[in-house]
Design a protein. Structure first.
Length: 339
């Protein structure tokens, strides 16, 4: 392995460890998503009074809004163990059976990206969620037989960035459905201030505000920006994140004053080059050299909710706001060219 690769891997590990460190452990420390928190606290208290495990919970929303963090907070609040896995990892029914058989009464099973579950595995999950049992096949051919395994009453917490891809039978088995929304910059400001204290980073009000306003409504991005701007502060800013240091750091990352990154601008410019749209996702993906799923899950949600992009049955359309932000003059329908 090259020295550069080793350093890159070390940086990724450090960032991952810092993400874990910055995650709140209790609801009182979790900033934002007030409606979701209030609902969960009621459900937890009601289940505690009944002496029952929580009902199954599905969190949906764009990446980085706190779905994984909330699942861990729930486990802490109900004093239960949590087992974490993801949809793509559960390739075979026996993978799921092995995890389920090791759960204890009241434990929490967290499945990230649950919409990517194998169809066969998903069918096994139905009986586990509803009847707390699974049937597994032992041996093959004439000797094959079905064995029923009873499971303890557990809580499944699913997380998805693409709720529309969940099958109706799976979705209907969740008793609690909570959708996480993008955060206002004021909540991100509080998160950045909290994270800076944990990281022992000095930051002034203006520096924190600039990072918060450009963090795309996403705590994970806010914390990532904070760590990178911290690097700039240590080299060029006397270890203090000021307004100027924050601007310099975010410019180095290619983030403009409205939080758009290089890829956001490439996507919008591609649509504008095609007369403003409508243009298909596949064409955009080829033009910007990015996967279709990544564009849909990572970039589109923010662009749509921020008013830069419209999604129609015929394709994506750049809005007037996108034209103005990128310095283009919107074309009338008669001026648009066909490509």
């Amino acid at each position: 392995m090259l020295k550069e690769d080793i350093l890159s891997s070390a940086a990724l590990i450090e960032d991952k460890n810092l993400d874990i460190t910055l995650r709140p452990k209790q609801f009182k420390d979790f900033v934002g998503q007030d409606r979701v928190k209030e609902n969960l606290l009621i459900y937890i208290e009601a289940a505690r009074k009944r002496g029952e495990p929580l009902d199954h919970i599905l969190f949906s929303g764009p990446p980085g809004l706190g779905k994984t963090t909330l699942s861990q907070i729930i486990a802490n609040e109900v004093n239960a163990s949590i087992t974490t896995t993801s949809g793509p990892v559960l390739d075979k029914p026996m993978d799921l059976a092995g995890i389920l058989s090791n759960l204890q009464q009241g434990d929490i099973l967290f499945i990230d990206e649950i919409h990517r579950l194998n169809a066969t595995v998903e069918e096994y999950l139905y009986s586990a969620m509803e009847d707390f049992s699974i049937d597994i096949i032992i041996d093959q051919g004439p000797k094959a037989r079905s064995v029923k395994i009873n499971l303890p009453r557990f809580t499944l917490v699913g997380s998805t960035t693409r709720e529309g891809l969940l099958s109706a039978p799976l979705r209907s088995r969740f008793g609690v459905l909570e959708k996480l929304e993008f955060y206002p910059w004021t909540d991100l400001y509080k998160i950045i201030c909290n994270s800076s204290r944990i990281l022992s980073v000095q930051i002034d009000d203006k520096g924190a505000e600039i990072i918060a306003r450009r963090a795309r409504g996403t705590p994970r991005i806010a914390n990532r920006f904070l760590r990178r701007v911290r690097d700039v502060a240590q080299v060029r800013g006397n270890d203090i994140i000021s307004e100027d240091v924050a601007r310099i750091g975010l410019e180095m990352l290619g983030v403009d004053e409205h939080g758009l990154c290089d890829m956001d601008r490439k996507i919008l410019e591609t649509i504008i080059r095609y007369g403003g749209g409508p243009i298909g996702l596949k064409t955009i993906a080829v033009s910007v050299s990015e996967e279709e799923d990544t564009i849909e899950e990572v970039y589109e949600s923010f662009l749509i909710q921020s008013g830069y992009l419209d999604k129609t049955p015929r394709g994506r359309i750049a809005t007037k706001k996108a034209y103005e932000h990128l310095g283009y003059k919107p074309e009338s329908d008669s001026q648009k060219k066909l490509f």
